[in-house]
Design a protein around this ligand. Structure first.
Ligand code: TYD
Length: 206
C-alpha cells in the first residue's frame, strides 16, 4: 500500500483548517491507509513553536523579516523528518495545513520569491496540493466573523498582496509539474469538502 502526502493551502480565512479536519475524518473512514495523520505548519515541533511565538504582534520586531524564511525552512525539514516522511513511508496518509507554498507566498513579500524558492527547492513535493481559492475580500469577512480584532484596511491590503503572490506560486508549481488543484472555496463547508474529496480521490487513483 502506498502512502500519500497532501498539502492544503490558501489565504488566511480560506478554510484550510476546517477542510483538513474533515478530510482527515473522511480518509480515516475510507480505511485505505495504514494511518491518517493531520498536521500543520508552523509545526508543533520546537522550531514551529518558536516561530509562532515570534509571529505574535508584540514580538514582531524581535527577529526581523529576513530571518523568517530560514526558520520556516528549518521547521519544514524537521517536520518532514519527524512527522511526515516516516508516516508516508509506512503507507500512511499525511495532511498538512500549509507547506512550502505558504513560504513562497508569504515570505516572498519580504525577501523576494527567488530567495524563498531556493531555500525550499529541495523539499519533497506533496502528492497533491489543494489550493483553496477564495478572494481576499471573502477571506476578510470570514476572519472578521470569527472575531479577528484586526485593522480592516491594513488586513485587506495584506490579503490582496498574498493573493497575488499565490498566483506566482501556482505558476511556479505548474512549471515544476507539481500536482496542484485549485478549488473554489466559496459556498458551504460541505460543498467545499465534496470538492476536496473528489480531488483526493483522483490523486489517490494515480
Ligand atoms: P496559520 O496556519 O494560518 O495559523 P493559525 O493556525 O494560527 O490560523 O499560520 C500562521 C501564519 O503563518 C499564517 O498567517 C501564514 C504564516 N506562514 C508563513 O508566513 N510562512 C509559512 O511558511 C507558513 C507555513 C505559514
Amino acid at each position: 500500500m502506498s502512502g500519500i502526502f497532501i498539502a492544503i493551502e490558501g489565504l488566511d480565512g480560506s478554510g484550510g483548517t476546517t477542510q483538513s479536519k474533515l478530510l482527515r475524518q473522511w480518509m480515516e473512514d475510507q480505511g485505505r491507509w495504514t494511518s491518517v495523520h493531520r498536521t500543520w505548519e508552523p509545526s508543533g515541533g520546537p522550531i514551529g513553536k518558536f516561530i509562532r511565538e515570534n509571529l505574535k504582534l508584540e514580538n514582531a520586531e524581535a527577529l526581523g523579516d529576513n530571518v523568517f524564511p530560514y526558520l520556516f525552512a528549518a521547521d519544514r525539514q524537521h517536520h518532514l523528518d519527524r512527522e511526515i516522511l516516516p508516516v508516508v513511508a509506512q503507507g500512511g496518509a499525511v495532511i498538512t495545513d500549509r507547506y512550502y507554498h505558504s513560504s513562497l507566498a508569504y515570505q516572498s513579500l519580504t525577501v523576494g520569491f527567488d530567495t524563498v524558492a531556493q531555500l525550499n527547492a529541495g523539499f519533497r513535493a506533496p502528492d497533491l496540493t489543494v489550493f483553496l481559492e477564495l478572494p481576499a475580500e471573502a477571506c476578510l469577512e470570514r476572519i472578521l466573523a470569527r472575531g479577528g480584532a484586526l485593522e480592516r484596511f491594513e488586513v485587506i491590503d495584506r490579503l490582496r498582496a498574498i493573493e497575488a503572490a499565490y498566483e506566482t506560486v501556482l505558476s511556479y508549481c505548474a512549471a515544476r509539474d507539481e500536482a496542484v488543484v485549485r478549488l473554489d472555496a466559496s459556498g458551504s463547508v460541505q460543498d467545499i469538502h465534496a470538492r476536496v474529496i473528489s480531488a483526493v480521490t483522483a490523486a489517490a487513483a494515480t
